[in-house]
Design a protein around this ligand. Structure first.
Ligand code: FAD
Length: 370
C-alpha cells in the first residue's frame, strides 16, 4: 500500500494547480489522471479562457483581484507566459453593467464606460447593447499551456504524476482515505478530488454534494474579416443580454475571446441536456451551431459566419453557479465548475492546498452542503 501526504485525483486545471502548490510546499503528492496531459475529455482544454475582474458579484471580483498577482507569481515560478491582459468588454442591460462598475469601484480597479456608438467606433468588429464597460485588466488565460505547464512542473518538483491511470474507488478507513487504481492502493490522510464532471461518481457516496448537472458547451471559433485581423480589435467580452442568467456569477447570454491561431471564440447559452461524461458522443449540434451563427450575424459584423469551427467542452453546473471548494474529513472537494473557474486557477490551487493541509473554508458560498 502506497503512503503519501496527498493524493490528488484529476489533472485538469484545478487538480494540477493544487498538486503543484502542495508539491512546492514540500508535501509528498500523487497526482492521478485517467487520461493524458491536457486531454480533450473534460473542462480545461482549448487554447484560451477569459480572465476578467468584471463580475457583478464582489465575491468573484475579489477572487480575481487575488488571482492576478498569483498568475504573475505562477508565471515567474514556471517560466511560462500564461495570462495576457488584452482587455475585457461587458455590454448589455444597465443593471448588469452598473453592478459591474460598482464591483470594480469597490476594489478600486480601472474601467471606462461607453455608449454603443462610441464602443463600435473603437471595436468595429462588434455591435453593442445599450450599456458598455471596458476593463483594461481583463483578457485571457492560455488554458492548455497552463495545464501542461502545471503538470510538468509538479513532476519536476518530485510528485508522483500518474497519467492514463483511472481511480476506481475512494473509500474511508477512519481518518484516512483509501484510493484505488487498477494497479495500486493509496492510504492517505488527504485526498483532493478535483475530478470535474466525475466528482459525483467518485465521492458522491462519501460526501454530500449539491445537485450537479453536467452538460456539454459548444463554443466555436470564427475568423475576423481581413481589415480587422489585428488582435487589438478583439478583447474578451461578455454580453449581458435579455436572456442572461439574471445576476448569477456567470451571468451572460454570450461570451467570447480571441485565441491566437484559431480566431475569435464565441459561446452562447441555451438549454442543454444533462449528459454522462463517460457516455458522450462529442458530436456537434447543427441546430445549436445555426443559432450561434444567427447570434454572430446580429452582433459581430466583423466575423465571417461561414468560418465557424465548433468544439465541445464539459460544464459541471451547481444550482447557484458558485464553486465547491471544501473539506470533509480526509476528503477535499475542489470543483470550481459552472463554466467560470479557469481565471482563478493559481488562487484556487492555493486555497485547496490550504484545505488539504487542514484549513477551513471561510467563504460560505464555496462550502459543501451540511
Ligand atoms: C466551454 C467552456 C468555456 C469556459 N470558459 C471559461 C472562461 O472563459 N473563463 C473561465 O474562467 N472559466 C471558463 N470555463 C471554466 C473552466 O474551464 C473550468 O472551471 C475548469 O477548466 C475546470 O477545471 P477542473 O480541473 O475542475 O475540471 P477538468 O478539467 O474536467 O478536470 C477534471 C479531471 O479529473 C479527471 N478525472 C475524473 N475522474 C477521474 C478518475 N476516476 N481517475 C482519474 N482522473 C479522473 C478528468 O479526466 C479530468 O482531467 C469554461 C468551461 C467550459 C466548459
Amino acid at each position: 500500500m502506497q503512503q503519501v501526504d496527498h493524493v490528488v485525483i484529476g489533472a485538469g486545471a484545478m487538480g494540477a494547480a493544487t498538486a503543484w502548490e502542495l508539491t512546492r510546499r514540500g508535501r509528498s503528492v500523487a497526482l492521478i489522471e485517467q487520461f493524458g496531459a491536457a486531454h480533450k475529455n473534460g473542462s480545461s482544454h482549448g487554447g484560451t479562457r477569459i480572465f476578467r475582474l468584471s463580475y457583478r458579484s464582489s465575491l468573484y471580483t475579489d477572487l480575481a483581484t487575488l488571482a492576478l498577482p498569483d498568475w504573475r507569481e505562477m508565471e515567474e515560478a514556471t517560466g511560462s507566459h500564461l495570462l495576457e491582459q488584452n482587455g475585457q468588454l461587458d455590454h448589455g442591460y444597465q443593471e448588469a453593467i452598473d453592478d459591474i462598475a460598482r464591483s470594480l469601484d469597490r476594489h478600486n480597479r480601472s474601467y471606462e464606460r461607453f455608449s454603443p456608438d462610441e464602443a463600435q467606433a473603437r471595436w468595429p468588429g462588434m455591435n453593442f447593447d445599450s450599456h458598455v464597460l471596458y476593463s483594461p485588466e481583463g483578457g485571457r488565460c492560455f488554458s492548455d499551456k497552463t495545464v501542461s505547464t502545471l503538470i510538468d512542473q509538479t513532476r519536476i518538483l518530485g510528485a508522483d504524476v500518474k497519467l492514463e491511470t483511472k481511480v476506481i474507488s475512494v473509500d474511508l478507513d477512519g481518518d484516512y482515505a483509501i484510493v484505488e487504481t487498477a494497479n495500486e492502493t493509496f492510504r492517505t490522510p488527504s485526498v483532493v478530488v478535483a475530478a470535474g464532471a466525475w466528482v459525483n461518481k467518485l465521492v458522491g457516496h462519501l460526501v454530500k454534494l449539491p445537485k450537479l448537472v453536467v452538460d456539454a458547451g459548444q463554443p466555436a471559433h470564427f475568423q475576423p474579416s481581413a481589415n480587422l485581423a489585428d488582435e487589438t480589435y478583439w478583447p474578451s467580452f461578455l454580453h449581458h443580454g435579455a436572456n442572461g442568467r439574471g445576476g448569477s456569477p456567470l451571468e451572460a447570454s454570450a461570451y467570447g475571446l480571441y485565441t491566437p491561431g484559431e480566431g475569435f471564440k464565441i459561446g452562447t447559452w441555451s438549454d442543454r441536456e444533462a449528459i454522462d461524461p463517460d457516455n458522450r458522443d462529442f458530436s456537434i449540434s447543427e441546430p445549436y451551431l445555426e443559432g450561434m451563427k444567427d447570434y454572430v450575424r446580429e452582433w459581430f459584423p466583423g466575423l465571417d459566419v461561414d468560418s465557424a469551427v465548433a468544439t465541445t467542452c464539459l460544464f459541471t453546473n451547481t444550482p447557484d453557479e458558485h464553486f465547491i471548494i471544501d473539506r470533509k474529513g480526509p476528503i477535499t472537494v475542489c470543483s470550481p465548475c459552472s463554466g467560470h473557474g479557469f481565471k482563478f486557477v493559481p488562487t484556487i490551487g492555493k486555497m485547496t492546498a490550504d484545505l488539504a493541509m487542514g484549513g477551513n473554508q471561510k467563504t460560505p458560498e464555496w462550502r459543501l452542503p451540511s
